[in-house]
Ligand binder design. Structure first.
Ligand code: MLT
Length: 408
């Protein structure tokens, strides 16, 4: 008899953003005349940088001739892209990451979700609350948790991120083996200083733990003091894996390209306590289960690092940050406390009530989609997240509509 992985039955009915999409679609079909403005999922709306488009065109042309055609590429990614990343994203910041420590993939969602697969199923782990649901759900699927009760899974250490701790989690009270951190944070938009991040690196070194550091939003950092990479902290290479993406940086949400950094020095252990190489294990997993990102897309990602590409990316980020500032301004006018939006495309707003109620209110009365904080964990019950990914005109319109709806 074929049987299922019953861990999947512990999951909530559907993935957060699928639930929201369904509610929005239902609303739209009942209200076809409403022009809905989406400030929910963080999906890019600006066109790809011109440098990326040019690279796509020329690499597609290469595929058109037998002499320049490319078949299977290296699963880890082409050296031309891995080298550019190592040089521009790390070495330029005095961070010693080598090209062969970088694994190109089709998304940080997949990588943050898949990485746990090379770790033992009986390790303990901690996630911030609120949290990007992928970290939790993939561990549920792997069987590392108990049942879902009162909004939380058993066997997860939840690190509460609240106004009181400036949305930066405190170190766990009892040791955990695996820790997920995300800065600039999704969903709160909060950032972490080098000094605070160093506390986590020290913690991981003392406890032989591993940090999975999601830096998908680093390109939005404006404050020069903030770390873009966990490897800016001395000793982090031994205890941290970092995830990055071109999705939010350069509008690749539909084009798909990301990467994961697994330093060769990064330590993990087998059941006898002997040290094992995470780099070797991830390489083994990646080359078995992943065929690589397409050649034209890797060429497009490479173009992000050209002089023109850098300038165009900076313009796109500045555009979204202007939206973020406008959202913050309106929330201030409405007297709603918020965090984020200064070094991140997300604004986390104290809804002063149930987050799904405010979601419904904004959808029904303003035609604006937000993300209800409850979908990110119990600490989000009273918050909503607005995303800066849209046109400035739509953000302006959405702010006016929200203002009218909330003043009623
Ligand atoms: C979000 O809105 O949280 C992100 O767009 C989701 C993702 O990147 O998968």
């Amino acid at each position: 008899m074929i049987r299922i992985n019953e861990n999947f039955l512990k999951l909530q009915a559907s993935y957060l953003f699928s639930t929201i999409a369904k509610r929005v679609n239902d609303f739209q079909s009942q209200n076809p005349e409403t022009e809905i403005i989406k400030l929910g999922i963080g999906d890019a709306t600006r066109a790809l940088p011109a440098a990326c488009i040019a690279a796509l065109h020329s690499s597609v042309d290469e595929m058109a001739a037998d002499t320049s055609f490319r078949g299977y590429g290296p699963e880890q990614g082409y050296p031309f892209l891995r080298e550019k990343i190592a040089q521009h994203d790390f070495q330029a910041r005095n961070v010693d990451i080598a090209a062969d420590e970088i694994f190109i993939s089709d998304g940080a969602k997949c990588d943050t979700g898949n990485f746990q697969e090379i770790l033992s199923t009986d390790i303990s782990f901690a996630v911030p609350d609120p949290v990007y649901p992928v970290y939790v759900d993939t561990n549920v699927m792997a069987g590392r948790t108990g049942e879902f009760e009162n909004g939380r899974y058993q066997n997860i250490t939840y690190l509460e991120c609240t106004k009181e701790n400036n949305f930066i989690p405190d170190l766990p009270r009892s040791p955990v083996d695996l820790i997920y951190l995300c800065f600039p944070n999704n969903p709160t938009g909060a950032t972490i200083s080098k000094a605070d991040l160093a506390k986590w690196v020290d913690y991981a070194r003392k406890n032989k733990s591993l940090i999975l550091f999601d830096a998908a939003y680093e390109a939005f950092i404006q404050d020069e003091e903030l770390p873009h990479s966990i490897y800016e902290i001395p000793g982090a290479k031994e205890v941290a894996v970092e995830f990055r993406s071109f999705s939010k940086t350069a509008g690749f949400t539909g084009t798909r390209c990301a990467f994961t950094v697994v330093p060769k020095a990064c330590k993990a252990y087998d059941s006898k306590g002997a040290q094992q190489s995470l780099h070797a294990l991830w390489n083994r997993r990646h080359s078995t289960k992943f065929n690589g990102v397409s050649y034209p897309v890797q060429r497009a990602a490479e173009a992000v690092y050209s002089e023109a590409g850098k300038k165009q990316v900076a313009e796109i980020i500045a555009y979204y940050m202007k939206n973020a500032a406008r959202i913050r301004q309106e929330m201030d006018l409405l007297g709603l406390d918020c965090v984020g939006g200064r070094n991140s495309p997300y604004i986390w707003i104290d809804a002063k009530g149930d987050s799904w109620d405010l979601f419904d209110n904004l959808l029904n009365n303003a035609g604006v989609v937000c993300t209800p904080g409850a979908g990110f964990g119990t600490c989000g019950n009273q918050y909503i997240r607005l995303s800066a990914f849209n046109s400035f005109e739509n953000v302006e319109k959405a702010m006016n509509r929200i203002s009218r709806a909330l003043k009623k």
